[in-house]
Design a protein around this ligand. Structure first.
Ligand code: MN
Length: 202
């Protein structure tokens, strides 16, 4: 059974003005669709066919560039759409709010650290909030479409929030101003979703 491009959980203009409709349309309909199709082509007829994407990423042969890039791209974007919401933003809620205070000191300190991880990733990649067994949180970043679940990535734990910092994610609206895009992301974070992923992963 092939992977399918997941539907966006909101309309393409729902995250305006923070993320513009044209970017969402292309990002989901072209980029994410492309990763999905290329992932299917890469696993067709191999023993990866029929496995869950989590299973594929956790047991990945890192030398398999097609599955690494497109499997990561398929999973990362699905998570990205879900951790944003037109009703998002503001301070975190629930258990993850307490964990953020415990792991980083405060929500403001968390924002600073996350923005730094997103801002200093050279070239294309992602910033992540990951949870370790027991509930401790960690912020890290990965290049390209790598994901913390991949083996030996040096950015471990279960990712419960991810921010795409490829130029395709922000260039139409923000051009070279990645820090402005990162700040805008804080206005659309779906903390309910992050919180339920935290509860399921800690
Ligand atoms: Mn992307």
């Amino acid at each position: 059974m092939a992977f399918e491009l997941p539907a966006l959980p909101y309309s393409t203009d729902a995250l305006e003005p923070h993320i513009d409709s044209m970017t969402m349309t292309i990002h989901h309909g072209k980029h994410h669709a492309g990763y999905t199709n290329k992932l299917n082509a890469a696993i067709e007829g191999t023993d990866l066919e029929g496995k869950s994407i989590e299973d594929i990423l956790k047991n990945l042969d890192m030398n398999n560039g097609a599955v690494r890039n497109n499997g990561g791209g398929y999973y990362n974007h699905d998570l990205f759409w879900k951790v944003m919401s037109p009703n998002g933003g503001g301070a975190p809620t629930g258990d993850v709010a307490a964990a953020i205070d415990e792991s980083f000191g405060s929500y403001d300190a968390f924002k600073e650290k996350f923005a730094a991880a997103a801002g200093t990733r050279f070239g294309s990649g992602w910033a992540w909030l990951c949870v370790h067994p027991g509930g401790k949180l960690e912020i890290c970043s990965t290049p390209n479409q790598d994901n913390p679940m991949m083996p030996g990535i040096g950015c471990e734990g279960t990712p419960i929030m991810g921010l795409d910092v490829w130029e395709h994610a922000y260039y139409l609206k923000y051009q070279n101003r990645r820090p402005d895009y990162v700040q805008a992301f804080f206005n659309v974070i779906n903390w309910d979703e992050v919180n339920s992923r935290y509860a399921a992963s800690k």
